[in-house]
Design a binder for this molecule. Structure first.
Ligand SMILES: Cc1cc2nc3c(=O)[nH]c(=O)nc-3n(C[C@H](O)[C@H](O)[C@H](O)COP(=O)(O)OP(=O)(O)OC[C@H]3O[C@@H](n4cnc5c(N)ncnc54)[C@H](O)[C@@H]3O)c2cc1C
Length: 468
């Protein structure tokens, strides 16, 4: 069998690349070693985590947030088995959806482990150990990423007591005490799930701030709001040991700046210290495909590796490890392979943290603009001054817009607030079109909506807000 494109890995990068390539008339196969398509994102990442975040938020609201609206409910009881069944059903409908799209687009989906034999040749081994060799004009490496441990610390992840994000999506009971090592997106999202369901959650983070890399003001506000919900933070803390102890585990950490070590106990420890590119068993060194210093498949601006006919996209190459970044790369590469001009605008990739409230950002942070020596202006608007937010008792947070001081072109947008992950897209579209804060501030927004806070922040950037 000979193909135009063989894609190894069926995550958001691989499956989207496959569909787009097939739509453009190419003959495509996708090789996936998991039993179902959709990669990390659909099976053990974005989708199951959002199913649990939604369900746990409903549970929390039923127990906390309704009395003041005149809705009196007796204390809710948790049926964790049913909540997990909701998550599993959500995953199943999404992964089945990818299988359906493969059929619809006449893509050959092959379950098995893919290995590059050489440019133009890929071997696939199924679970019975049977190997077949497929021929292709182009090979796309879309093998994603895997859990990274704690640098310099040996940790035995058993997915029961010491868990990764994968175990964190399937605990059989709510732990009384949970320690989350790592105050990044995954740690805070899964920490929120278990905190809402009743666990006492402590986040231990190496940096002085959570959500490192996000706008400083935004991460401070997010931390304040999560602390109000009962999550404890140990910042500037370097974890030196995570060991099982009886039925639970102990985490030892010391101040990064120096000082005495502390040890805390937990029933469950979630290791959420990041992810590493997944290239094991792919035959890359035999095929001569170069990796960069961080173990990622090295690619140029057109997703080409150093070997002609072999490409890389998604988490396995440089850039933010986000599903939509992988998808956009998949589309761009399919277009390039079909002889068109594919392109990804890396300056305008939104990022969302699905805590409650959500945290969302696109473009530059204030810290990045300062470091680059770019003169900028800031406009902010708090949800406390937004009518819809008051009506929904969702007044936590603010919108912040950063624009070039000279040209008024919007360079960054940051939102902490209910629905931030949806609202960020109007700033994203504006930035994609090179718009100014005045463009956004003069765009009519429906009333009453949370999005009016985005408009007001834009008004504040180029002149003055109306409602403050
Ligand atoms: C808990 C969690 C929550 C997340 N939430 C979000 C979110 O809300 N939003 C967001 O944007 N991102 C989120 N992410 C990140 C997101 O999942 C990744 O950025 C995304 O999945 C990357 O897509 P990909 O196609 O590059 O790789 P992946 O989705 O990792 O897919 C790669 C696939 O390749 C397969 N594979 C690997 N090697 C081989 C081989 N040799 N042969 C055959 N198959 C192989 C793997 O089995 C896997 O299925 C989350 C991640 C986690 C862990």
């Amino acid at each position: 069998m000979s193909y135009d494109v063989i894609i190894i890995g069926s995550g958001p990068g691989g499956y989207v690349c496959a569909i787009k390539a097939a739509q453009l008339g190419l003959k495509v196969a996708v090789i996936e070693k998991r039993a179902t398509y959709g990669g990390t994102c659909l099976n053990i990442g974005c989708i199951p985590s959002k199913a649990l975040l939604h369900a746990s938020e409903m549970f929390h609201q039923a127990g906390h947030g309704m009395d003041s609206l005149g809705v009196e409910v007796s204390a809710p009881t948790l049926n964790l088995t049913k909540m997990m069944a909701h998550k599993d059903a959500t995953v199943k409908s999404n992964v089945d959806g990818v299988a359906f799209l493969f059929k619809k687009n006449k893509i050959d989906g092959i379950i098995g482990t893919g290995k590059i034999v050489s440019a133009g040749k890929v071997s696939v081994t199924n679970d019975k150990g049977e190997e077949q060799i497929l021929e292709t004009k182009n090979i796309v490496i879309a093998t994603g990423s895997d859990v990274a441990g704690i640098p310099g610390v040996a940790v035995d992840i058993d997915e029961t007591v010491i868990i990764s994000s994968t175990g964190g999506l399937s605990l059989e009971k709510v732990p009384a005490r949970m320690i989350v090592v790592g105050g990044g997106v995954i740690g805070l999202e899964l920490g929120s799930v278990w905190s809402r369901l009743g666990a006492k959650v402590t986040v231990v983070e190496y940096l002085d701030t959570i959500l490192g890399g996000m706008d400083g003001e935004v991460s401070k506000q997010a931390q304040r709001l999560l602390a109000k919900q009962g999550i404890e933070f140990q910042l500037g803390a370097k974890v030196t040991a995570v060991v099982k102890d009886g039925a639970g585990a102990k985490v030892t950490f010391e101040p990064v700046k120096g000082g005495e070590a502390s040890t805390i106990d937990a029933d469950v420890v979630l290791i959420a210290t990041g992810r590493k590119p997944y290239t094991e068993g792919l035959g890359l060194s035999e095929a001569g495909v170069a990796l960069d210093q961080r173990g990622r498949v090295e690619t140029d601006g057109h997703f080409r590796t150093n070997v002609a006919g072999i490409y890389g996209i998604g988490d396995v190459i440089k850039g933010p490890m986000l599903a939509h970044k992988a998808e956009d790369e998949g589309v761009a590469l399919a277009e390039i392979l079909a002889g068109q001009a594919g392109h990804v605008n890396y300056d305008v990739i939104p990022a969302v943290v699905y805590t409650q409230p959500e945290v969302a950002s696109v473009g530059k942070t204030e810290e990045e603009l300062k470091a680059a020596g770019i003169a900028y202006k800031v406009g902010k608007f708090p949800f406390t001054a937004n009518g819809r937010a008051r009506a929904m008792q969702a007044t936590d947070g603010f919108v912040k817009i950063l624009a070039d001081k000279e040209t008024d072109r919007v360079l960054g947008g940051h939102i902490v607030g209910f629905g931030a992950g949806e609202m960020i897209h109007e700033i994203t579209v504006l930035m994609e079109f090179g718009g100014s804060s005045e463009d956004l501030g003069r765009t009519c927004h429906a009333h009453p909506t949370m999005s009016e806070a985005v408009k007001e922040a834009a008004l504040a950037t180029f002149f003055k807000p109306i409602h403050m």
